[in-house]
Design a protein around this ligand. Sequence first.
Ligand code: TMP
Ligand code: ASP
Length: 231
Amino acid sequence: MRLLYEGKAKILYDVGDNKCLVYFKDTATAFDATKKAIVEGKGVLNNTISSILFKLLEEKGIKTHFIKRVSDREMLVWKAKRLDLEVVVRNIAAGSLCKRLGLKEGEKLREPLVEFFYKKDELHDPLICQEHIFMLGIADKKTLSQIRKTAKKVNHILKNFFRAHCLLLVDFKLEFGILPDGSLAVVDEISPDTCRLWDIKTGEKLDKDRFRFDLGDLIEGYKRVLEKIQS
Ligand code: TMP
Ligand code: ASP
């Protein structure tokens, strides 16, 4: 097993045969890791939730890097060349959208909004437009159009799934990669670290905003997300 990359929340190992092992850590970071903590149990919850969501997407015909969950903290995935792009889909105004455009948190958007951020820590992941994406050589026209289409499809699937489990999908972030066969796939993770999820009845925030803004116990929120999607 060869260490490929250690990120803020995960470690990636090359296990050969075009496969990688993702290890989910217990570290939580926010605001470019200026806020950091060890949150015991987060890695197990994110691996479990992410595995459920990747499996759901695969069943609905979305190509992802997911192969299987192999242990509490580990997931086996296809090796992919990750694009330096964070694709955010929003259904309800929150977070940086409110800050940037002066919208009120909780406002329903006319239609799902897709935004692109350049994944570059030293630049603080700036918002970019499609011309920037072409200029930087991150993706060509055809690939970007496929990314946009897939992101909207994923939103549709996840929104309906969460709604059926009494959760409101406010927004989420996806990452994409190119698999060894050249095809585009959703990679990274899909978890309460990368989604905003509110309790449909009470509006309570159950995601990483609890950590970002000290709104309550992170693990309690993530456990409730898992319990709901398993019910
Ligand atoms: P934002 O409102 O802060 O731009 O976040 C939009 C969505 O993206 C939200 O669901 C949280 C997720 N996200 C990440 O997964 N990683 C990040 O580094 C940031 C800033 C947001
Ligand atoms: N994951 C990002 C960081 O650690 C920010 C965030 O999720 O809010 O900086």
